[in-house]
Design a protein around this ligand. Structure first.
Ligand code: PLP
Length: 394
């Protein structure tokens, strides 16, 4: 597989925030950014060419997910796919009920949509998680009511990589006749997905997390599931998402996803071994660290590490100066002093949550780069702890 382009001087350990574009995806997109510029809704040949490209991408993506092409709705992002799932079902099923169940560790694309729906009169139940960040399916069962219309529990968490028991959750939802949505933005391309083997009705994915371009996402909507559109306008995407399709991004999304999924089993094993090696070295060589959710089922690339008595922002700053890119909790939370809602929900003490750094591995990463990162962390943690002990003594 052609490797994605990486910045030569950087060690990029932030693949859960975004991934570099695969060269083959860029190549597939190029004609649709230049001479093949038609609008897929136009009747003439340029329009038909663009339409064929979108439909080919839809077929490819559907094939990778085990869905039918007509069950794939292209959106502008994972965020929009989550919004369409939640708001779409909430509005379509209003006559049946107005109660939604969500986990408390969802991405903000889901959580803030819940807040907005609550402001408009829907009732939301937030499920707690245990210390590993896992939802308890029995707890979910107890919260289902006769007016519950939707359960939304993410497949893997973006901060910890923890994979939820979605088979059990979906089976409960199905038995109770409640729709089940899962945000699979962080699992697509990391573990193989098959919507026919998963008890899901709606599932969100995003292009830029699978080495595709930013600005494309998709929602799987199972045949027969009613969703009200968010956007009013033309008859695009089976009337579910008005707006001229982002043809180049959609083409790039499918091309990248196809390549990534082809390499998946071998790459998953490679990355998991590297992540385990990294965590082992960090634990051996740096005192006062804790690996979060270490024994829970996790996607292969994610490592959430708490450095005790250190602020994660300081660690990130030091790493950045050395050309190492990592994240504190989710990228969206960067710049805010609020501790991560995910780590809080897991019951991490404030001190641990504030010192938590997320390392997310990907294609360009080898053992050598992880050794350099561990070296940088030993130095960084040492310096920062001296500073904080001096500050505490003065
Ligand atoms: N859901 C999860 C779990 C994510 O990690 C992200 C991105 O960070 C999103 C949704 C939003 O996806 P997008 O950036 O395509 O809007």
């Amino acid at each position: 597989m052609t490797p994605a382009t990486h910045h030569r001087d950087m060690i990029y350990l932030d693949h859960n925030a975004t991934t570099p574009l695969l060269p083959d995806a860029l190549e597939a997109m190029q004609p649709y950014l230049t001479e093949a510029f038609g609008n897929p809704s136009s009747y003439h040949r340029l329009g038909r060419q663009a339409k064929a490209a979108v439909e080919d991408a839809r077929k490819k993506l559907a094939g990778l997910l085990g869905a039918l092409p007509r069950e794939i709705i292209f959106t502008s992002s994972g965020t929009e796919a989550d919004n369409l799932a939640l708001r779409g079902v909430a509005h379509a099923l209003q006559p049946k009920g107005r109660h939604i169940i969500a986990s408390s560790i969802e991405h903000h694309a889901v959580l803030k949509t819940c807040t907005s729906l609550a402001g408009d009169g829907w009732q939301i139940t937030y499920l707690p998680v245990d210390a590993n960040g896992l939802v308890d399916p029995d707890d979910l069962r107890r919260h289902i009511r006769s007016d519950t219309i939707l359960i939304t529990v993410m497949h893997a968490n973006n901060e910890t990589g923890v994979i939820q028991p979605i088979h059990e959750i979906g089976a409960i939802a199905r038995r109770c006749g409640v729709l089940f949505h899962t945000d699979a933005v962080q699992t697509f391309g990391k573990i193989s997905l098959d919507v026919r083997a998963m008890p899901v009705d709606l599932l969100s994915v995003s292009a830029h997390k699978v080495y595709g371009p930013k600005g494309a996402g998709a929602l799987f909507v199972k045949n027969g599931v009613s969703v009200a559109p968010l956007m009013t306008g033309g008859r695009h995407e089976r009337n579910l998402r008005a707006g001229t399709e982002n043809v180049p991004a959609i083409v790039g999304f499918a091309a990248a996803a196809a390549q990534i999924n082809k390499a998946l089993p071998a790459e998953s094993a490679r990355v998991a071994a590297l992540r385990d090696y990294f965590e082992k070295r960090v634990q051996e060589l740096i005192p006062g660290v804790k690996i979060n959710s270490k024994n829970a089922p996790r996607v292969p690339n994610t490592s959430s590490i708490s450095f005790l008595s250190i602020e994660s922002e300081s660690v990130l700053l030091h790493l950045d100066l050395l050309g190492i890119c990592a994240s504190a909790g989710s990228a969206c939370a960067t710049g805010s002093t609020e501790p991560s809602h995910v780590l809080q929900a897991m019951g991490l003490p404030a001190e641990e949550a504030q010192g938590t750094v997320r390392f997310s591995l990907g294609h360009g990463i080898s053992e050598r780069e992880l050794d350099l990162t561990v070296k940088a962390l030993i130095d960084t943690a040492g310096r920062l702890r001296i500073i904080s002990s001096v500050a505490a003594a003065s």
